[in-house]
Design a protein around this ligand. Sequence first.
Ligand SMILES: [Zn+2]
Length: 236
Amino acid sequence: MTTDRVSEAPNILVITPHPDDAEGGAGWTIARWVNRGSKVVLVVCTNGDKGTSDRGIRPEELAKIREAEQLEAAKVLGIQGVSFLRLPDQGLQDNDEFREKLVREIRMHKPEIVFTIDPSRPYIIHRDHRMTGRVALDAVFPYARGHLAYPQHLAQGLEPHKVREVYLWGSESPDTYLDITDTFDTKIKALLCHKSQMGNASDPTRIARRRERFEELGKRAGVPLAEAFKRVELGR
Ligand SMILES: [Zn+2]
């Protein structure tokens, strides 16, 4: 859904905690906007070096593998740019260092829409997911908007920027369902690029189960398959 608040092919910034989270949460929606002519840039916050149960792999090896997988998946979705912040996996903090990096990305890429993960899921939620969603929302508002927040950016030619809408995936209270019927296969293909994370995800039974989940969401929108988001509008 494109609202009258944003253009037909809005610039989009996707902020993901780990490699693979964005494909699972918003893969089709990203691909659809790319097809419509949007420029999409993906910011990967952590290096993902703790995402394995394989005791034979060293963290630095895993980080390299996951970056390569992420670049491959981004290519499948048609994402034009990937920015790796390489912050420690399981180590994101709600602090100035992280916030400044996200504000910088917003001011550099000037997105009308930001996609990130909903940080407000209660009880069990990966800490990096909570931190990413929370700090990304703070970066959008108020930090990226005011010239007095991180004034060093001005000297580097980065102007304050107002994001118009935020789409949160993984929300417990979604209010926006987007039809993913046409490019479900692209989404699956992008997810399968994350080989180190996906185990036997290419197993047809698992794909069918995944499909059922999106069929359930589709029912709420009256379409065969949908991704679900909490949409947040921001004032001018
Ligand atoms: Zn994650």
